[in-house]
Design a binder for this molecule. Structure first.
Ligand SMILES: [Fe+2]
Ligand SMILES: [Fe+2]
Length: 138
């Protein structure tokens, strides 16, 4: 395997492993807090549509776009989330993850929680998922 491919391969494994640990940690924080199985499942699946090839700058830029940038350039995030590029798929991972779960026949509650996990929480389920998600960050 050429060195650049080997680097890419290891990077992919490390990032994927971090994403899996984040998902498991989110679910286990929810379980420890007494959440029911549907909420725990939403915790496990909430970030599943993040593209495996996303780089650190995708993650940093996405976080910036969720904060101040959206106030100064409304709609910018939505425009960047269109298309099939890595950054677009990263920005759109909540919607895409919800669609995957819907296609698998998950409950409407799980689908909604995944779809809304980057929006301002509007009920107790969403607040609990948001809190566990934040606590489970590496
Ligand atoms: Fe997310
Ligand atoms: Fe997350």
């Amino acid at each position: 395997m050429p060195p650049s491919r080997a680097r890419q391969f290891w990077r992919h494994l490390v990032v994927r492993d971090a994403d899996l640990r984040h998902a498991e940690r989110t679910a286990s924080i929810l379980r420890a807090g007494g959440a029911d199985e549907e909420l725990v499942l939403a915790g496990l699946l909430h970030d599943r549509a993040k593209p495996a090839e996303a780089r650190l700058w995708h993650r940093v830029a996405a976080t910036l776009l969720e904060g101040t940038a959206e106030r100064w350039a409304p709609g910018c995030r939505a425009r960047l989330a269109r298309g099939e590029g890595t950054f677009a798929r990263y920005l759109d991972h909540a919607r895409r993850g919800a669609e995957l779960s819907r296609a698998e026949g998950r409950s409407a509650r799980v689908v909604r929680l995944i779809a809304r996990h980057h929006l301002v929480p509007q009920d107790d389920d969403e607040r609990r998922l948001a809190a566990a998600d934040a606590l489970a960050l590496p």
